[in-house]
Design a protein around this ligand. Structure first.
Ligand SMILES: Cc1cc2nc3c(=O)[nH]c(=O)nc-3n(C[C@H](O)[C@H](O)[C@H](O)COP(=O)(O)O)c2cc1C
Length: 493
């Protein structure tokens, strides 16, 4: 009989689900070698070989179970997985740690080893959500939960939420439950949840506010715990367990973890959460490396699908190309634009043969390239569907002219290039114009003057429109590094 088995659910498609197992092995201290089970709601064979091998390399047992496909509802498969894990764990282990797959162990979770007289280790929910304030009269939703789960009023005691420290009626977090399998708590949870979620009384709440659908699994869990266990059997794990790193900055400073590295187990939503909180090395580097490595390893083994003859060079910055056509400014939206050389500064645009803009470019041998911000999305798309052959686009923007005098530029666009055509040729139905950049212009709000000279503000501030071959527009994300510098971290194996 084992002292403790860790278990969590994963469909093994997301490499970040490997982190929990890796962190147990690395930081679990005297509990780092305990068995880890991953409950998979599908056949083990349908997991990619790479993911299987990575789990196996950490001595993780992959256990398949059949979800009840006809039951479609938030967390229904999760609760089912928990019940399966508990059933399997009977007679194999004294304690089962049922964890959300987005848990990471930072330090030995010694409080998982419950005292003999305790039958459940838990943490309260992170924040109030649909919780019921202890000092207020009970609301009809919780009244229903208690009635359906046979909870009597005497069993109710106050519990403080992790982040907002509100005093609620018992409301347990479902992602960190230390249970004794022989008690059958997780199976009772499943048995109640799979019938109750569908009850009309509860459906009325989902219709009013979908948040009830998302969190009712924890409400039912709370009802089942209260009706099957005495308060004396319950053990509230310390504050540094199940700590929600994704809510770190939502937490009032007084309640915030003083030293993130000393937390015992944490939860996160996105690996980016780990970069944002004040984590220190070596833990921080270890985590980021693990995440990057797991992603690269799984990607490197993925089968490649032939996608056809598609110019999949993307993402693409969207620009507005400007020209004077019959002395009237005209702009067209282009994604087929690029740099041919930095020194000399040569750029190209590729524009459909019959486009109105082309006439002006050919006439004056000049054009402009303007980078719209996302605030100009609607007008930018308009310039890409309406042709100067049919509509007047000359009044859409505030304009200015530079040295060449025949390349209209858009003031609202923070970056503009004024180009002189040095070569023009056609390929099939396209006309390609190669431009020598005679001057570039940046709106002064976007110029940063430093000791080294002038630099343009970062991309997030420039906020260009990005286009991809899924025909969607995107915004630029976060800065992830510095050019010519990241390579310094490269270590050859
Ligand atoms: C997102 C987007 C990207 C586009 N990219 C190009 C392109 O790279 N080349 C091109 O010839 N047309 C492109 N177009 C289409 C032209 O912008 C469109 O035909 C426009 O009406 C031409 O205007 P004009 O006739 O006034 O010159 C794009 C349109 C959109 C919406």
């Amino acid at each position: 009989m084992k002292k403790l088995i860790y278990a969590y659910m994963s469909d093994c498609s997301d490499p970040k689900d490997l982190i929990l197992a890796a962190s147990i092995r690395k930081f679990g201290g005297s509990l780092s070698d305990n068995p880890i089970w991953v409950l998979i709601p599908k056949a083990v064979e349908s997991v990619t070989k790479e993911m299987r091998d990575l789990f196996l390399s950490m001595n993780v047992e992959l256990i398949s179970f059949s979800p009840e496909d006809e039951l479609i509802f938030p967390f229904i498969t999760y609760v089912h997985a928990a019940a399966n894990a508990e059933l399997l764990a009977k007679e194999k282990t004294k304690l089962l740690a049922w964890l959300g797959s987005n848990t990471i162990i930072f330090n030995e979770p010694k409080h998982f080893l419950l005292d003999e007289n305790k039958n459940l280790g838990y943490r309260p929910v992170h924040h109030t959500n649909i919780g019921s304030f202890f000092d207020e009269p009970i609301d009809p939703f919780w009244e229903q939960v208690y009635q359906k789960c046979n909870v009597s009023k005497e069993q109710i005691f106050p519990m403080k939420t992790h982040i907002d420290h509100n005093k609620l009626r018992p409301y347990f977090n479902a992602g960190c439950l230390i249970i004794r399998p022989e008690k059958g708590l997780l199976q009772s949870w499943w048995n109640f949840y799979k019938y109750l979620f569908n009850e009309q009384n509860f459906k009325d709440y989902y219709n009013k506010n979908y948040i009830y659908a998302i969190f009712i699994h924890q409400a039912i869990l709370s009802g089942v715990i209260l009706s099957t266990m005495e308060r004396s059997e319950l053990y509230e794990l310390p504050f540094d367990y199940n700590y929600p790193l994704n809510l770190y900055y939502n937490c009032p400073v007084v309640y915030r973890a003083k030293n993130v590295n000393k937390l015992i187990t944490v939860r996160y939503e996105d690996p980016e959460d780990l970069k944002k909180v004040p984590l220190q090395d070596p833990l921080k580097s270890w985590l980021i490396n693990q995440i990057d490595n797991f992603f690269i390893k799984t990607l490197s083994s993925a089968e490649k699908v032939k996608f056809g003859k598609v110019s999949l060079v993307y993402p693409i910055p969207i620009i507005l190309a400007g020209a004077l056509v019959n002395n009237q400014p005209n702009f067209e939206t282009l994604g087929d634009v690029g740099i041919m050389s930095i020194k000399p500064p040569l750029v190209y645009i590729s524009s459909g043969q019959n486009h109105y803009t082309n006439q002006g470019i050919l006439e004056n041998k000049t054009f402009s390239i303007n980078f719209p911000t996302t605030h100009l999305l609607v007008k930018t798309d308009y310039c890409g569907v309406a042709s100067g052959n049919e509509v007047d686009k000359s009044q859409l923007f505030n304009l200015f002219y530079g040295e060449l005098e025949t390349a209209p530029m858009i003031r609202e666009c923070p970056v503009n290039l004024e180009c002189k055509v040095i070569k023009e040729f056609s390929i099939q139905h396209r006309q390609i114009f190669i431009g020598d950049v005679v001057q570039s212009y940046v709106s002064e709000d976007f110029v940063i003057k430093s000791e080294e000279g002038q630099i343009i503000a970062d991309m997030a501030k420039l906020d260009p429109i990005i286009y991809a071959l899924d025909n969607r527009y995107y915004k630029i994300g976060e800065i992830i590094g510095t050019g010519y510098q990241e390579s310094k971290k490269f270590k050859q194996d």
